[in-house]
Design a protein. Structure first.
Length: 339
């Protein structure tokens, strides 16, 4: 049965551990309950759907209703002769649980996304990615309900227009218009280990199982990233910027004795790790009130004191952007959604 909580601290439903008031938080357990909630004009507006709140920073109180799905189910819907396996998961499923359950069945595809906080629904919106895999590479379809009409719509992979931490649902026109209710992933029963990122190859050796890949990914992540259960954060705070070859040559010239990390992603498009820029700009030890950068991954702003305010975090964000801009003429943009 749906559950409504009025005037509640957003801290309990987000991972940054920063306080703000939500006028209403509404949990639902079925799609019919979701549709009833959408039709209920007495609920405070606007409507915002959250998963685990692991990519969110609420900069002030939220006057509307935050919807959260408690629908937690997934099933294999097709196994094809070529080895492909179609898996349908409800949007409320915790992504890491899905990664674990499928790796245990030796179904390949999601293992490199192990350990990323958040839900299946948000993986579509965010096109989550890690260690050479993006959710969008594997998503063939997403089912959704339009907030205004409560009508069901199916989006194909092509319609979603996945990009780097991007989907159509992040555009001005589509933002907060649809609620993702289920996602279909095309996975594989044939081993497909992707070991060419970080030191995965050395950890798993040859012919690893899917669960060995998952465990290796988690061990790398645990060494590098703060667990939201211990330190508040929303993961990587900034996107990795994309610059031109000419701009990249200028940056390389500043470090003649160093290999500047980069990924060539297109004609005249070079992606630089924002963490490297933050480090080289000398921002790594910056603090602001209760907020600082995580010692082993400066791309992550953490609520180190447990008492950081959104103001602390935004001040720190602006100082970092200014510092990187002045040193490298590159503007960093946040990956974390600000409300
Ligand atoms: C420690 C840490 C490590 C992280 N590492 C990674 C990483 O390696 N790679 C990566 O890509 N991200 C990473 N993240 C970011 C985060 O985990 C992802 O962005 C994740 O997809 C967010 O999921 P969520 O369910 O918490 O979404 P939320 O933060 O609750 O929401 C994110 C956005 O999705 C929307 N949304 C959520 N559910 C739905 C739905 N059902 N329908 C419509 N809209 C919806 C929200 O409105 C919001 O706009 C990390 C975060 C943390 C805290």
């Amino acid at each position: 049965m749906s559950e409504l909580i009025y005037n509640s601290d957003i801290k309990r439903i987000t991972t940054f551990n920063v306080s703000a008031n939500a006028a209403c938080i509404a949990y639902y357990d079925t799609l019919d309950e979701l549709k009833l909630l959408l039709a209920d004009r007495s609920l405070p507006r606007p409507i915002k759907h959250l998963g685990e709140g692991s990519n969110m920073l609420f900069t002030k109180d939220f006057p509307g209703t935050i919807l959260i799905s408690r629908i937690d189910s997934h099933e294999i819907i097709d196994i094809r002769e070529d080895g492909s396996v179609l898996v349908k998961a409800s949007a409320g499923v915790i992504m890491d649980n899905l990664c674990r359950d499928l790796a245990l069945k030796n179904i390949w595809g999601l293992e490199n996304l192990s350990g990323i906080p958040g839900t299946v629904g948000a993986s579509v919106i965010q096109n989550v990615g890690a260690y050479g895999v993006e959710a969008g590479d594997l998503i063939v379809q997403a089912e959704a309900v339009e907030i205004d009409s409560a009508e069901t719509v199916t989006f194909s992979h092509e319609m979603i227009d996945f990009g780097y931490r991007h989907s159509i649902f992040k555009t001005e026109e589509m933002r907060d218009r649809f609620i993702i209710t289920a996602v279909v992933f095309k996975l594989s029963s044939k081993p497909k280990p992707r070991t060419n990122y970080a030191n995965l190859q050395s950890l798993v050796g040859n012919n690893p199982s899917a669960i060995e890949m998952r465990n290796a990914v988690i061990s790398i992540r645990d060494n590098k990233l703060p667990s939201p259960a211990i330190v508040g954060s929303a993961g990587s705070f900034f996107k990795n910027p994309i610059i031109s070859q000419q701009h990249f040559d200028k940056i390389k010239a500043l470090f003649p004795n160093e290999k500047v990390p980069h990924f060539i992603i297109g004609d005249d498009e070079i992606k630089l790790p924002a963490a490297w820029l933050i480090d080289k700009a000398g921002c790594k030890s910056m603090t602001q009130g209760g907020a600082s950068l995580w010692y082993s991954q400066p791309l992550v702003i953490v609520n180190i004191s447990g008492n950081a305010t959104s103001h602390d975090i935004i001040e720190l964000e602006h100082r970092i952007i200014k510092c990187v801009k002045s040193q490298f003429n590159i503007t960093l943009y946040p990956e974390v959604e600000h409300i």
